[in-house]
Design a protein around this ligand. Structure first.
Ligand SMILES: Cc1ncc(COP(=O)(O)O)c(C=O)c1O
Length: 387
């Protein structure tokens, strides 16, 4: 089946947060992480069917949806789960906050690596816990975990929870098995719980890399892990607010549920229909999407490589390119300068990294080409730093 990922679909006037982010009709927004693609036909059909039923009361997770999720986890990761392990959530950010809220003492600290998706930085603050940031090492072509620094922080007596992001937003890294094992071993050794945000798990772009859920490393690791997942990124369903936590350990699950009480409510009925269709029927659409995202990522990489002074790590997963602009003399914070010149990119400072921008390439080719044209035109006249 052929899917047209290069059709430009008008999103202005459709309540899109991304396309509402600037009222200038000539502004091109490429920040917030959703894609400008229509969802898979199988998902649209499932949603139409649900609409046609016409009754939209509160919903519990239907057993066939639970089965669809379990089958997906087994098919893709060999992960055998039980229905009772699932906690349904209206978003992964909710899950990050509920996990932090679970910590017992106000002194309990949350460890994470930076740069990082901003809600990782906010969740500890919102829930009144100290945050310990461990900056990733910016190597020649990618980010690496600073193992000694991380161990030192996890060993701190107050460190109780590690907020892990894999695949990593914005670093674009897919953790290798050895890295996952080493992270897990450190958390076990220092008795630190793991909340593993794996929302980008279905967006691995390198053919020889596989996503490895943290909880599949061993039963002992699974027992200290809260895994957060959703089809929302890879199937472009973010506005349906449908996601889940997988928590095999009964005590941990009870603590999570206690912390969610009165805050996490029933989920959107459309989410169940779309989620099941995504996991059961949208495989061919998803395969085609990955090809398009690889092409788009390569175009962004080529543009950045043509502009000396800029740096972009290898983006192994996600549709988000992370670009270090510190090698060019921007007159102000780069994201603001791009914005002033008609191109909306995410602000690096929100991720804990001034001087960086994040470029969302989950869009049709004409939109991407225009975004890259503007990007080049804005950067090219700027002098190099120390050149
Ligand atoms: C790592 C990560 N976690 C969570 C989210 C958002 O999750 P949700 O919309 O389900 O709250 C995003 C969105 O970009 C993300 O990149």
């Amino acid at each position: 089946m052929k899917f047209d990922f290069d059709e430009v679909i008008e999103r202005r006037g459709t309540d899109s947060s991304k396309w509402n982010s600037n009222s200038n009709p000539n502004f091109l927004p490429m920040p917030i992480a959703d894609m400008d693609f229509r969802a898979a036909p199988e998902i649209l059909a499932a949603l139409h069917k649900r609409v046609d039923h016409g009754v939209f009361g509160y919903a519990d997770a239907p057993p066939w949806v639970v089965e669809a999720v379990q089958e997906k986890l087994f098919r893709d990761y060999g992960w055998e789960t039980e229905p009772k392990w699932f906690v349904w959530l209206s978003g992964l950010v909710v899950g990050l906050n509920v996990a932090c809220r679970m910590l017992e003492s106000a002194a309990d600290a949350v460890v994470t690596t930076t740069p990082i998706y901003p809600p990782f930085l906010h969740a500890p603050d919102f829930t009144g816990h100290p945050r310990i940031d461990v900056p990733l090492l910016q190597e020649r072509t990618r980010y690496e975990i600073p193992w000694d620094a991380l161990e030192q922080q996890l060993a701190s007596p107050t460190a109780k929870l590690f907020l892990h992001c894999n695949p990593h937003n914005p670093a674009g890294r897919v953790m290798r098995r050895e890295e996952q094992e080493r992270l897990a071993e450190l958390c076990q050794r220092h008795d630190v719980l793991i909340c593993s945000d794996e929302i980008h798990c279905d967006l691995v772009l390198e053919p020889d890399l596989r996503h490895i859920p943290m909880a599949t490393i061993s039963p002992e690791v699974a027992a200290r892990t809260i895994t957060l997942m959703s089809p929302s990124k890879a199937f472009n369903l973010a506005g349906l607010m449908w996601s889940f936590a997988v928590i095999p350990d009964v005590a941990l699950r009870k603590a999570f549920l206690r912390s969610a009480r009165g805050i996490v409510t029933e989920l959107n009925v459309f989410g169940y229909a779309a989620g099941e269709a995504a996991y059961r029927h949208a495989g061919p659409w998803h395969d085609a999407l990955i090809q398009v995202l690889r092409r788009n990522r390569d175009l962004v990489r080529e543009t950045v490589a043509d502009l000396p002074g800029l740096w972009m790590p290898e983006i192994e997963a996600t549709y988000l390119a992370w670009i270090d602009c510190r090698g060019r003399q921007f007159p102000c914070e780069p994201s603001l300068y791009f914005e002033k010149n008609g191109l909306g990119l995410s602000h690096g400072s929100a991720f804990g990294a001034r001087g960086f921008v994040r470029f969302n390439y989950g869009c049709p080719l004409p939109t991407l080409q225009e975004g890259l044209r503007r990007f080049r035109e804005i950067v090219a006249p700027l002098a190099r730093v120390n050149a």
